[in-house]
Ligand binder design. Structure first.
Ligand SMILES: Cc1cc2nc3c(=O)[nH]c(=O)nc-3n(C[C@H](O)[C@H](O)[C@H](O)COP(=O)(O)OP(=O)(O)OC[C@H]3O[C@@H](n4cnc5c(N)ncnc54)[C@H](O)[C@@H]3O)c2cc1C
Length: 570
């Protein structure tokens, strides 16, 4: 079934649930009028449906290959990428000073969702460039910005991020790549990086690698790491790609999915690099890129969920099997099939709300420079990444299940969603690491950002009591339980007590925000509406999961760590 961009759903969320109006009311984003937003969604939707979606199967069936040191991309990918670049979509949120559209991240996230729904692997190039644009805009010198940003924003050149090494994955501080100062102010970068997405391609004029490496006087751990721009071709005096740098794609990984995106082992052999940001402060600069990419990856999860849902719904409307209670001709009449579809749709709504609420907070932090917006954005980022991608995996899995045997057969394309989306819970920091970030760093304010969100949930529940007394009460109670658990977590000075319940806590938080979002949408459309029926489904059947999740959090770490490796059969 061809992908259809759910533009009306996006518009509803922006107008009625995540409060996008506050962003367009700021002087910085005053040009983002409803007409502009509608035109952008229409055009990005058309490109996604007509140009990118047809590439999805190509990438899966004929993935990227390495031929004589050159990466050959999947059929049609060069044209798909060019269409994204020429439409200005790579630089959608970049500053107009460098040729970008200067639009809010919220609008950019909707566009990214459509494009990653349509073809996750080709759109990943553009997502990586967007992260790099953000990092350079905030941390690079004027010279680097002037040289690289116009080329990255136009999509003429593409960007990558090089953190991971064989011994340094989640613990980036273990990296060994070296940076030795040259006489001319540049650095010689040497080392091996693994799992580098879109490390090369056959359609951009240059590939700009942002590489984490250690200077000779850089201490151990993350504090001794610096960030470098290491281009595939060294720009000449006119800023055009010149001499080839001493780096290469050593091999491409065989993966379970996302075959259209080349994932490389990279070797840097004294490659020329330029420092980005301060010496030994590379993690700070890279975090700008990673935070941008974390929201982007959460968006990818939601996008894949949407694609899988559309395909499952279409199958359920066509497949005839057995007698249904209501006399429907196809399997959509079976209660269990209806349950699967409602679960998929309700969770997409919840996850999409969270990623867009996070994007609104990022935009407001940028537009107002207020700490409260910044704290909210930082708190929501790990939830957006982890819950968005968990929902991506769960919905894609339900999509396979709903198809029955045909879900397991590649021809339908349902399995591809499941294989492709799986990596989103792993890259940009595994979802376990996101949850640890939430309960440690993001609660370091004593829970202030968390409590503010819970206050909002309770306000939404209070406002809904007149029309929806029963489900409003459930949402209000869930927020109170979560508040009590947050207070408990904040008091745990033994971090292992927090870490043991980090993943359940993150999920419970997402469940509760999702409950409030559904309730708010029910109030907007009224009791006799589809959104009210979906809200009732979510709040009575999915929200109660928070009770068992919070119970797990309260167990702390002791009983978990008492289970020995031998108990586990080691
Ligand atoms: C397809 C693909 C594309 C990628 N693209 C890029 C890219 O473009 N650039 C790049 O730099 N990297 C990239 N990566 C690497 C990716 O970011 C890492 O795989 C990821 O961060 C996890 O690191 P790891 O694989 O070393 O796993 P490990 O760190 O070894 O983790 C293994 C397990 O242990 C858990 N774990 C680790 N440490 C802790 C801890 N302290 N507490 C609790 N649990 C812990 C993890 O959650 C995980 O479950 C990519 C990976 C893949 C598969």
């Amino acid at each position: 079934m061809p992908y259809r961009a759910p533009v009306t759903d996006f518009q509803f969320l922006l107008d009625h649930v995540v409060g996008f109006q506050v962003v367009s009311d700021t002087p910085k984003f005053a040009e983002t009028t409803p007409d502009v937003v509608a035109a952008i969604f229409g055009e990005a939707g058309r490109l996604s449906e007509e140009v990118l979606a047809p590439l999805r199967r190509n990438g899966d069936e004929q993935g990227a290959v390495l031929e004589n040191g050159i990466v050959r991309t999947s059929p049609g990918y060069a044209d798909g990428y060019r269409a994204m670049a020429e439409g200005g979509w790579v630089g959608i949120s970049a500053s107009p000073e460098y040729g970008g559209m200067g639009l809010p991240q919220t609008v950019g996230s909707v566009v990214n969702e459509m494009m990653s729904s349509a073809c996750l692997s080709v759109h990943l190039t553009s997502l990586l460039s967007q992260g790099q644009i953000d990092a350079l805009s905030h941390h690079a010198s004027d010279e680097i910005r002037a040289l690289y940003l116009p080329n990255l924003v136009s999509g003429e050149w593409s960007g990558t991020m090089n953190l991971t090494e064989p011994q340094a994955g989640s613990d980036v501080g273990g990296l060994r790549t070296k940076a030795i100062p040259n006489d001319d102010g540049t650095y010689a970068i040497s080392g091996q990086k693994i799992f580098i997405s879109w490390a090369d391609n056959d359609f951009t004029g240059n590939v700009c690698h942002l590489v984490l490496a250690r200077l000779p006087d850089g201490g151990a751990g993350t504090k001794g790491i610096s960030l470098f721009m290491v281009p595939k071709f060294i720009p000449d005096s006119d800023g055009n790609p010149g001499k080839a740098n001493t780096l290469r794609v050593a091999s491409l990984e065989e993966k379970m999915g996302l075959h259209g995106s080349p994932t490389a082992v990279m070797e840097f052999d004294g490659a020329t690099g330029w420092l980005v940001g301060e010496r030994h402060a590379g993690m700070k600069a890279m975090f700008t890129m990673m935070n941008n990419a974390r929201l982007g990856v959460g968006v990818q999860g939601v996008g894949q969920a949407e694609g899988a849902y559309q395909q499952a719904l279409s199958f359920a409307m066509e497949r005839q099997q057995g007698k249904t209670a209501g006399g429907e001709e196809t399997i959509i009449g079976h209660a269990d099939v209806r349950r699967m579809l409602a679960t998929m749709k309700a969770d997409i709504f919840a996850a999409r709300t969270i990623v867009l609420a996070c994007a609104v907070a990022i935009d407001m932090a940028e537009a107002t420079d207020q700490d409260s917006w910044r704290a909210r954005a930082e708190f929501l980022t790990p939830i957006a990444k982890a819950f968005g991608t968990d929902v991506g995996c769960e919905v894609a899995h339900l999509g396979v299940q709903l198809h029955g045997g045909m879900g397991y057969i590649e021809e339908t394309g349902a399995a591809q969603y499941s294989r492709d989306v799986c990596v989103t819970t792993i890259y940009e920091g595994t979802n376990g690491i996101q949850a640890m970030d939430l309960v440690a760093r993001k609660l370091a304010d004593g829970g202030e950002a968390a409590y503010r969100i819970l206050d909002e949930v309770e306000t939404i529940a209070e406002a809904a009591r007149a029309d929806f007394p029963d489900i409003a009460a459930k949402v209000w109670t869930s927020a109170e339980s979560l508040r009590e658990t947050t207070e408990w977590l904040v008091q745990q000075s033994n971090l292992n007590n927090r870490f043991a319940g980090a993943v359940p806590f993150l999920r419970a938080f997402a469940r509760v925000i999702g409950g409030a979002a559904h309730l708010k949408s029910a109030v907007v459309d009224g009791p006799d509406s589809g959104r009210a029926r979906m809200a009732r489904f979510y709040i009575t059947r999915m929200l109660p999961e928070h009770v068992s999740l919070l119970e797990q959090v309260h167990q702390g770490g002791e009983d978990l760590m008492a289970i020995t490796p031998e108990d586990l059969g080691a």
